[in-house]
Design a protein around this ligand. Structure first.
Ligand SMILES: NC(=O)c1ccc[n+]([C@@H]2O[C@H](COP(=O)([O-])OP(=O)(O)OC[C@H]3O[C@@H](n4cnc5c(N)ncnc54)[C@H](O)[C@@H]3O)[C@@H](O)[C@H]2O)c1
Length: 288
């Protein structure tokens, strides 16, 4: 029996378009806990090639239909809004729309993110490196900047998606890891600046979570290293003390807890949700 500890609250989740992704798992988990939900993502088929990540197409806005149906089936209100977190005007319109439709905002979960142009530093395309920051770090900043006035009114909670990569990088990860590390520091500033207003802020550091992004990453790494995708996934699992990949619901359960009153004296934390990857010395097959 799931507690309805978020009844009466409104949550906004970016990057929620993929039915197999963490954003959608978080959206449905918060709905189960009683919140009304706004889900957002970019448009699929956008001609901007920056939506390509490891050859798989981002832009899962159409996947939001499934999210809306799942949330409504749980008896909660749901709304899907298209927004590219790289565009300030999209972000401002998104926040305005939440206010217009729901009149309040209690929870913001910044999930939109990824890794663009992954390469060794000497080969890294400058614009791809910047793009990775533009979505991961600056997108998070934009969302917080425009949502904060409303979240502060409700003494709400902000959760920003960092990664284990923030403290345990790997080859090809320089832009991704640095952008995710920046998110942790930014979240600490957020918690400090807004603590007196009752806003709590967290950065989550997922380890290896079984989503489409992980599949594609494993495929790309396998290609680069002449290994099979299964070999790469086995490495991920062998590196994880609990010897398994995480599931989106593992992350979603943590988000539901952090947004609840049970976590009311916690803020400013970067929390690893990684099956213990944070304490393990990684085994690496990666050489160059
Ligand atoms: N899967 C993992 O193992 C893992 C581990 C650590 C951190 N993360 C992070 O968790 C988050 C979710 O990852 P996931 O694995 O669920 O993958 P996912 O692909 O389902 O989620 C990323 C979402 O971000 C959206 N997005 C991309 N660019 C955007 C933009 N400019 N504006 C708005 N939305 C945009 C994508 O369309 C996609 O729906 C990401 O920030 C990722 O970096 C993932």
């Amino acid at each position: 029996m799931i507690e309805k500890h978020l009844e009466g609250k409104v949550a906004l989740i970016t990057g929620a378009g993929s039915p197999k992704g963490m954003g959608q798992a978080i959206a449905t988990r918060l709905a189960e806990a009683g919140a009304d939900i706004v889900v957002s993502d970019i448009e699929k088929g956008d001609p901007d090639p920056s939506h390509k990540n490891f050859g798989y197409e981002f832009g899962a806005f159409k996947g939001l239909d499934a999210a809306v149906s799942k949330i409504e089936a749980l008896g909660r209100k749901a709304l899907a809004i298209m927004a590219d977190v790289r565009k300030s005007e999209d972000v401002q319109a998104l926040v305005k729309s939440v206010r217009k439709n729901f009149g309040r905002l209690d929870i913001l979960v910044n999930v939109a993110g990824g890794d663009w142009g992954a390469a060794l530093i000497k080969d890294y395309d400058e614009s791809e490196f910047i793009k990775t920051f533009d979505i991961n770090m600056f997108g998070t900043f934009r969302m917080c900047k425009y949502a904060l006035p409303y979240i502060a009114r409700k003494k709400g909670t902000i959760i920003n998606m960092s990664s284990m990569a923030a403290t345990r990088t790997n080859l090809f990860y320089s832009a991704y890891a640095a952008s995710k590390a920046a998110i942790i520091s930014f979240t600490e500033s957020l918690a400090l600046e807004y603590g007196a207003k009752g806003v709590r802020a967290f950065a989550l550091m997922p380890g290896m979570i079984q989503t489409e992004m992980l599949d594609y990453e494993a495929r790309a790494t396998a290609g680069a290293l002449n290994l099979s995708e299964d070999d790469v996934k086995k490495l991920y699992i062998d590196n994880t003390p609990l010897r398994c990949l995480g599931k989106p619901i593992d992350v979603a359960n943590l988000v539901a807890f952090l947004c609840s009153d049970r976590a009311s004296f916690l803020t400013g934390l970067a929390i690893s949700v990684s099956g213990g990857l944070n304490i393990a010395y990684p085994i690496s097959e990666i050489k160059f």
